[in-house]
Design a protein around this ligand. Structure first.
Ligand code: BES
Ligand code: MN
Ligand code: ZN
Length: 496
């Protein structure tokens, strides 16, 4: 999809479809008024007849336009003017794209960004518009042999600017969003693959391919022997039961002087989580192919970084493996030694994410990081706590926590802070090892974070539990591409 800036008046813009809004009670937006005037009152007549009321979610498509240069006009309900904010702007565009998808339009221009939106500037609106449109056009790389969904006909999408002065802001918004959506699509493709396609080896090859496409990215892949030499006993204990070999994938992107300490992103890459010997129940177990979403978000973020050529240093560390039961699998009660030297009693083999992350975090120390951020579909408890709207945000550094939270707000990819206190770590005590890998049921997302906290001493560290936000279940089953927008926004704001 191509995105462009439009500076023409709505009536002068040559396009297959002009998208304009109508507020509650049929109040025409300024652009709708302009088109209404040129088309001999077509829009106001329809409003008078009650064909469109301006409620959020409504659309009405007008064709055979005379008096204006466009082929079609798509009228979108915007709801009450006083409550038209960023969120409503996104929703209106999403609705418009859904309707537009049922037409043969090859290009369209949105005038919705010209509306008064109190909580967003032109940059933010343009960025949101590109994200909404591009994500709506995303198609799962499916394996269907019939009834292929037709490719969307929309090829070019224009965003109208309010003034020539706003042009550079809008262009910057479009450019940033294009990096973000490329990263999201990359993440979604990886995560949507079934686990018999997307294995640790597949991920390693995808990383190498990314490095081939972008010279600014270097990738190194460590095999199990190399991980053993690094004494990653905790990581390797998770892959014991699996035939598929584990991999440790390391990305390096240097956009700034080498002397600048990098941000290290650590992504959980469990390509399938059966629970191991602590086997999961069958219902929805297929969704555990998404248990590499943290890893996929790191892949997506590197894709965005390279496309945007950001002047910062970032390292990615992705431990990738399966969690399978077998005669060789780790058993409850087994004790493993992590790369940090600390021993862990594995009371529940289904709490495997933290076991691979702790060694990856220890490995991250060799890069003398400015900050370490791990991203993981870590706990069902986080989904119970926060649902699907906010990721769980944990940190040992208040400033880092606020920066990530603000990035999530700006990017419409939110995270909510939860505590990581010593008091929660009590439950991780073990009679046999330095710690157990699980505590009780209560506060499960927090105790998981506390476990990771035992490996982050002296680091500025944050943990994003994305179990609720990284994918959807049900009829919309699939990867969401989150939290790529949050991560890229954080990195964009680190430039200065
Ligand atoms: N991958 C799961 C977490 C998960 C659950 C993600 C549901 C998405 C949806 C993780 O490895 C896991 O199994 N966690 C356990 C931890 C428990 C054994 C302490 C969980 O959440 O039940
Ligand atoms: Mn698990
Ligand atoms: Zn898992």
């Amino acid at each position: 999809m191509d995105f462009f800036v439009s500076t023409s008046a709505p009536s002068r813009q040559r396009t297959d479809c002009a998208i304009v809004g109508v507020y509650d009670k049929g109040a025409l937006s300024e652009t709708a008024q302009a088109l209404d005037k040129r088309t001999g009152g077509r829009i106001s007549r329809l409003v008078k007849r009650g064909d469109i009321r301006g409620k959020s979610g409504e659309t009405l498509l007008l064709t055979d336009i005379t008096g204006a240069a466009c082929e079609r006009i798509l009228i979108v309900g915007l709801g009450a003017r006083s409550s038209f904010k960023r969120k409503q702007h996104r929703k209106a565009l999403a609705t418009a794209i859904a309707t537009l998808g049922r037409t043969g339009a090859h290009d369209a221009v949105s005038y919705l960004g010209l509306e008064e939106v109190p909580d967003a500037d032109q940059y933010t609106l343009a960025r949101a518009a590109v994200e909404v449109v591009a994500n709506a056009e995303y198609r799962i790389p499916d394996h269907k042999t019939a009834n292929k969904r037709p490719k969307p006909s929309l090829k070019r999408f224009g965003i109208a600017v309010a003034s020539r002065g706003a042009r550079t802001e809008v262009e910057r918004g479009i450019q940033h969003a294009q990096g973000i959506v490329a990263g999201m699509a990359f993440m979604r493709d990886l995560a949507n693959h079934p686990a018999n396609v997307c294995t640790p080896t597949y991920l390693a090859n995808a990383a190498k391919a990314l490095a081939r496409d972008h010279r600014s990215i270097k990738v190194r892949v460590l095999n199990e022997d190399e991980c053993r030499r690094l004494k990653m006993g905790s990581f390797l204990s998770v892959t014991n039961g699996s035939e598929e070999p584990a991999r440790l994938i390391v990305f390096e992107y240097y956009g700034a002087a080498r002397s600048q300490a990098p941000t290290v992103l650590v992504g959980k890459g469990v390509t399938f989580d059966t629970g191991g010997i602590s086997l999961k129940p069958p219902a929805n177990m297929d969704e555990m192919k998404f248990d590499m979403s943290g890893a996929a978000s790191v892949f997506g973020t590197f894709r965005a970084l390279a496309e945007l050529e950001l002047p910062i240093n970032v390292v990615g560390v992705v431990p990738a493996c399966e969690n399978m039961p077998s005669g060789r699998a780790t058993k409850p009660g087994d004790i493993v030694k992590s790369m940090s030297g600390q021993t862990i009693e594995v009371l529940n083999t289904d709490a495997e994410g933290r076991l691979i992350l702790c060694d990856a975090i220890t490995y991250a120390r060799r890069f003398n990081p400015d900050v370490v951020i791990d991203i993981a579909t870590l706990t069902g408890a986080c989904v119970i706590a926060l649902g699907n709207h906010y990721a769980g945000l944990f940190s040992n550094d208040d400033e880092l926590s606020s920066e990530l939270r603000a990035a999530g707000e700006r990017a419409d990819d939110r995270a909510w802070p939860l505590p990581v206190g010593e008091e929660y770590a009590e439950g991780l005590k073990s009679n046999f090892a330095d710690m157990a890998n699980v505590a009780g049921r209560e506060g499960g997302a927090i105790t998981a974070a506390c476990f990771l906290g035992k490996f982050t001493e002296g680091l500025r560290w944050a943990h994003l539990d994305i179990a609720g936000v990284a994918y959807q279940g049900g009829s919309q089953k699939g990867s969401t591409g989150r939290p790529v927008p949050l991560l890229v926004d954080y990195l964009l704001n680190k430039q200065s």
